[in-house]
Design a binder for this molecule. Structure first.
Ligand SMILES: Nc1ncnc2c1ncn2[C@@H]1O[C@H](COP(=O)(O)OP(=O)(O)OP(=O)(O)O)[C@@H](O)[C@H]1O
Ligand SMILES: [Mg+2]
Length: 355
C-alpha cells in the first residue's frame, strides 16, 4: 500500500502516526464495532467530530479494513488550497488549461483510483466545487480542467467535518443534495471528555510511544498527575493529550510525570482571561459595547459583526482560512461575510496566494 499524505504536512513530524488504535471506553468500543461493520461495504462515509478526535485515523482504519486496503489512501484537506486551485487539485488539469499549467496533471481523484479518498474539512469546500464533487460522485468519472474526455473513477469517498454540516446547509454554505449524498453512513466521534475511559489507556500509549522516540527507557505518571488528566475537559481532544504528554516527558524529572509537568489550558477560561485583560490594552469590550448602545445606532449588530470580521481578516493578513480558525467558524462562513461587507477582491481580480 502506498500512502499519500496531507499536502500541508502540519504537525506530521511531531505526531505519532498511530497504527494501533486505543479504544477502551465502552463508547469507543461501540464505535469501533460500527467502523468494522461499515468498512467492508463500499458506502461513502462521513466522519463527524471535534478537532483532534481522530477523524483521519478512523478514515485510515476504514480503508485498512476494506477490500481496497491494497490500493491508495489519499488524504486531502479541502481547506488547504485557495479556491482557485481546489478544482485542479481535485480533478486534475491538462497542459495549458490555465496560466502556469505547464504539464498534464492528475488530480486527487485519479490518484486515489481503486482506493479511498479522504476529504478533510469538507465544509470548507467552496459551493462551486460542491456542485462538481456531487457530479463526480454521481457520474463516477472526472474531467480534468481544460479537457473534455471523462476519466472513469472508482473511488470510495470518506469525508470529515468538525462543523455541523446541517447548520451549514441551513446557512446556505453547504449544498443540501451533497449533504444527503454524504450522509449515508455517518460516524460520530465523541469528544474525549465523553469517553473518559480512553484517557489513561491513551496516556499509556503516548508515554510509551514518545519515550521510544526520545530514547527514554520508560516513564511513569504519579497518581496526582493521572487525576489531573482525568479531571481535564480536553477541548483539543486526543491531539491535546498527545501534546501534553510529549511536553511533560521533556520537562519531568526522573522519568516521573507530576501534575506540574502537565500544561493543560482550559479554553473558556483562557478566552475569559483575554477579555478581562482588555482594559490594560486601553479599554474593555463591555464599556465599548455600552457606549455603542448609548448611541442608539441603527443595525448595531450588523456593524459589530462587520467589525469583528474586518478586524479578524486584517489580523490574519487577508487569509480566509486562518480567519475562520481564529474565530472558530468555517471558511465558508468567513467568505460569505467578507463578500457581504465588500472585503473580498473581485473574482479573478488578484492573483491566487498559495499557502
Ligand atoms: N483512538 C486513538 N488511538 C490512538 N491514537 C489516536 C486515536 N485517535 C486519535 N489518535 C491520535 O491523535 C491525533 C489526532 O488524530 P487525527 O489527526 O486523526 O484527528 P482529527 O480529528 O483528524 O483532527 P483535526 O480535526 O484537527 O484534523 C493523531 O496523532 C492520532 O494518531
Ligand atoms: Mg484531521
Amino acid at each position: 500500500m502506498s500512502l499519500l499524505t496531507h499536502p500541508n504536512a502540519r504537525e506530521l513530524s511531531k505526531t505519532v502516526r498511530a497504527t494501533v488504535l486505543v479504544f477502551k471506553d465502552p463508547r469507543s468500543q461501540e464505535l469501533l464495532n460500527r467502523i468494522e461493520r461499515l468498512a467492508p461495504s463500499e458506502a461513502n462515509a462521513l466522519i463527524i467530530g471535534e478537532t483532534g478526535t481522530g477523524k483521519e485515523l478512523v478514515a485510515r482504519q476504514i480503508h485498512n479494513l476494506s477490500r481496497r486496503s491494497q490500493a491508495n489512501f489519499v488524504a486531502v484537506n479541502c481547506g488547504a488550497f485557495p479556491e482557485t486551485l481546489v478544482e485542479s487539485e481535485l480533478f486534475g488539469h491538462e497542459k495549458g488549461a490555465f496560466t502556469g499549467a505547464t504539464q498534464n496533471k492528475a488530480g486527487w481523484f485519479e490518484a486515489a483510483n481503486g482506493g479511498t479518498l479522504f476529504l478533510d474539512e469538507i465544509g470548507d469546500l467552496p459551493l462551486g466545487m460542491q456542485v462538481k464533487l456531487l457530479r463526480v460522485l454521481q457520474e463516477r468519472e472526472v474531467v480534468r480542467l481544460g479537457s473534455r474526455t471523462p476519466i472513469p473513477i472508482n473511488v470510495r469517498l470518506v469525508a470529515a467535518t468538525n462543523i455541523n454540516l446541517a447548520d451549514a446547509v441551513v446557512a446556505g454554505n453547504f449544498r443540501e443534495d451533497l449533504f444527503y449524498r454524504l450522509h449515508v453512513a455517518t460516524i460520530r466521534l465523541p469528544p474525549l471528555r465523553e469517553r473518559p475511559g480512553d484517557i489513561l489507556p491513551l496516556t499509556e500509549f503516548f508515554v510509551a510511544e514518545h519515550c521510544r522516540r526520545l530514547g527514554y527507557s520508560s516513564a511513569q505518571l504519579s497518581p496526582e498527575a493521572e487525576r489531573k488528566l482525568l479531571a481535564h475537559n480536553w477541548p483539543g481532544n486526543i491531539r491535546e493529550l498527545e501534546n501534553a504528554i510529549h511536553h511533560a516527558l521533556l520537562v519531568c524529572r526522573q522519568q516521573l510525570i507530576q501534575p506540574g509537568d502537565l500544561h493543560l489550558v482550559e479554553m473558556s477560561a483562557a478566552v475569559r482571561q483575554e477579555i478581562q485583560a482588555l482594559p490594560a490594552a486601553g479599554g474593555d469590550l463591555e464599556s465599548a459595547l455600552i457606549s455603542l448602545f448609548e448611541k442608539n445606532l441603527d443595525n448595531l449588530f450588523d456593524h459589530i459583526e462587520e467589525q469583528v470580521f474586518r478586524t479578524a481578516y486584517q489580523f490574519c493578513h487577508g487569509n480566509q482560512l486562518q480567519t475562520g480558525r481564529l474565530l472558530g467558524i468555517s471558511r465558508n462562513i468567513v467568505r460569505a461575510r467578507l463578500e457581504k461587507i465588500g472585503e473580498l477582491p473581485p473574482i479573478g481580480g488578484y492573483p491566487a496566494k498559495v499557502e
